[in-house]
Write a protein that binds this ligand. Structure first.
Ligand SMILES: [Zn+2]
Ligand SMILES: [Zn+2]
Length: 634
């Protein structure tokens, strides 16, 4: 093929033309829903010239890359609307984000609620005008002149920083033009549903020495329905925010005096213990042995494990008696010392050591976030010491456990295999063997998975599990990391069948991950409405008057003996008030007892979310309740 030609494959068709042709010039017509296309991993719009051969695939709003193009066009729509309202406004930059876009703009005045409404209305008008969005290629001098003339000093600043030889482009829609590399959707009419979501301040180039700009946030959807669903999810996420909901439900609280640490209130501690108990009941029958190891070690241990070189910034270090001590951020080195404490034979493996002890990790104060990002945490941590021939079987066991746990909480999950980072420890050959083993297990499980190249820990490749909550948000929780390195650092061995010492492999794994964080996720996933087996208070017994007080206590006693978590609301309040309060407290089962219940030996049952299900005989109904409240382990 001649040098000045390109060849593009779309589906089964092959198109050829002059290098630098657009899709239209090559005779390709995009499907209606396409906003851009992907070629050799790059995203292009319909106006950009094609200069490389390859297979073209269309990008719609359904693909992340397509969404970014769409949202970035939303940012241009915002900028155009602002310029129509305040022609003296000066534009900074306006990128797309995961959920929408923002634009940093220097404005003549602070924005009020009515200004945002005016901007939004103008954006809708521009979308309705259905202006074509045109790409303009500019020479450097031409670009500098254009944006100087338009009194856009920030754009001039950007152009001055573009290296010599890099092409400069702008996108025009109607009277508006913005310096931009693209890509963009073809017309403003594609942005059918737009919404501004917030305002904050941001220094130009993030530098305090520069002017403060107004950052306006927004989002855009191809239809009203998508936007409505998004706004619902945002509202719901606010309503469920665990930082508000947890304290409101009396589960936990945070204090300025201990940043990054949690105060567990009695109900929260019960929830925490229930989760921990659930983990124990799953792991013990599967051969895990629980241990407890020290939480402060001499620095020499951290040097030996490699944490001192690779994780020191995240450790709390103490100096005493002219000696440095490190508070543990992970249990692994302690478990290695335990492994070393006895001669191990091939028959002793796999050895599965579990620990729920306290861990401390230094996180900068600005990054702390409720239970999601803390300095004091606990994990459902375990280290499996295995022979190389046992890796596949043990990893299968971990995958089974992950599946069981996330299914119990009604959370689908995604699996990601992260491979060798640039700053890896150990030999390339060992790494390749480890990655091969993980991949083989995943292939055998026939589970779809993604690969994140170079995202592994410094000591081995890993599997990360992303749980999807009730609002569709992804949370990285479970992890399983292969480690050929730590056994080397600690010179761990076992005596093999042939009498020779061999090196075991270590698997670090956690199913919840940080228990604090997992609880925060659960609070938001359930919106505080925990399933009966997990709820900190499972049953509340409510006598209608003092006359039923003794009967209520007897019912509560039966429940406690059956292992249920129960309280009695004997306050001298109206029944309606107590029922409403139980709603607010999200108590799963309410047993109301009145005069008739005492006479007939019944309880009147209200269950969330079904409501009033009428009177049930007592204590016959106890067995049914106990069964429903049973921890789902099997
Ligand atoms: Zn742009
Ligand atoms: Zn570990």
């Amino acid at each position: 093929m001649p040098e000045d030609q390109v060849e593009v494959v779309v589906g089964k068709a092959v198109y050829r033309g002059r290098k630098g042709s657009t899709v239209a010039e090559l005779g390709i017509s995009p499907p209606d829903e396409a906003v851009a296309f992907s070629l050799n991993g790059h995203t292009y719009d319909f106006q950009q010239g094609i200069r490389e051969n390859g297979r073209l695939s269309w990008l719609t709003f359904q693909e992340e890359a397509g969404r970014l193009v769409f949202r970035h066009s939303g940012a241009h729509l915002l900028a155009q609307a602002v310029k129509r309202l305040w022609p003296e406004a000066q534009l900074g930059t306006g990128p797309a984000t995961e959920e929408g876009f923002y634009y940093d703009i220097r404005l003549p005045k602070p924005l009020g609620e009515s200004d945002l409404q005016a901007i939004e209305a103008e954006m809708q008008r521009i979308a309705a005008e259905d202006l074509p969005i045109e790409r303009v290629e500019l020479g450097r001098t031409e670009a500098l002149q254009l944006f100087a003339q338009r009194q856009e000093p920030f754009k001039v600043d950007i152009i001055q920083r573009i290296p010599e030889g890099v092409p400069i482009s702008a996108y025009r829609q109607g009277e508006f033009i913005d310096l931009c590399a693209g890509p963009h959707v073809p017309r403003t009419g594609r942005l059918k549903a737009v919404k501004l979501t917030g305002v904050s301040g941001a220094y130009w180039r993030g530098d305090e020495a520069n002017p403060m700009l107004t950052r306006i946030y927004g989002t855009a959807y191809p239809d009203a329905e998508g936007l409505t669903q998004y706004l619902y999810r945002v509202e719901e996420a606010k309503r469920r925010d665990h930082r508000r909901l947890g304290p409101a439900l009396g589960l936990y609280l945070f204090r300025e005096e201990a940043p990054g640490f949690t105060f567990w209130l009695p109900k929260g501690q019960r929830l925490y213990r229930t989760l921990e108990e659930f983990s124990r009941r799953l792991q013990e029958p599967r051969g895990y042995q629980e241990v407890a190891t020290p939480w402060i070690y001499r620095v020499g241990l951290w040097q030996q494990s490699g944490h001192w070189d690779h994780y020191r910034e995240n450790m709390f270090v103490i100096e005493r008696e002219d000696e440095k001590l490190g508070v543990k951020p992970m249990n692994c080195p302690g478990h290695c010392l335990l492994y070393q404490s006895a001669v191990r034979s091939y028959r002793d493996l796999p050895l599965r050591l579990a620990e729920y002890g306290p861990l401390s990790r230094f996180e900068r104060s600005g990054t702390l976030h409720g239970l999601m990002r803390v300095r004091g945490l606990h994990q459902d941590d375990a280290h499996l010491f295995v022979r190389e021939d046992q890796i596949a079987e043990e990893m299968r066991g971990v995958l089974e456990l992950v599946d069981l746990v996330y299914r119990t909480f009604g959370m689908p999950y995604e699996v990601v295999l992260s491979t060798r980072p640039d700053d890896y420890l150990g030999s390339l050959e060992i790494w390749e063997r480890a990655e091969g083993a993980l991949q083989a297990v995943l292939e055998a499980q026939d589970k779809p998975y993604q690969i994140h190249p170079k995202d592994g820990a410094f000591y081995g490749p890993k599997l990360d599990f992303y749980a999807v909550d009730a609002l569709g948000r992804r949370w990285q929780c479970a992890t399983a990391q292969l480690d050929f390195q730590l056994p080397l650092q600690f010179d761990l061995t076992y005596i093999d069948r042939d009498g020779q010492p061999k090196r075991p492999v270590m698997i670090h794994r956690a199913i919840f991950g940080s228990i604090e964080r997992f609880l925060g996720i659960l609070v938001e996933h359930y919106g505080g409405d925990f399933p009966l087996w997990l709820a900190p208070v499972q049953v509340r017994v409510v006598p209608i008057t003092d006359a039923q007080g003794a009967y209520a206590e007897a019912v509560a006693g039966d429940l406690r003996r059956a292992g249920l978590r129960v309280e009695v609301d004997a306050r001298n309040q109206k029944l309606a008030y107590k029922v409403r309060e139980a709603e607010v407290d999200k108590i799963p089962v309410l047993l109301v007892v009145g005069r008739r219940d005492v006479e007939q030996g019944t309880v009147s049952v209200r269950i969330r979310p079904d409501g009033d299900i009428g009177a049930r005989p007592w204590p016959a109904y106890l067995a049914e309740l106990a069964e429903r409240a049973r921890m789902p382990v099997g």
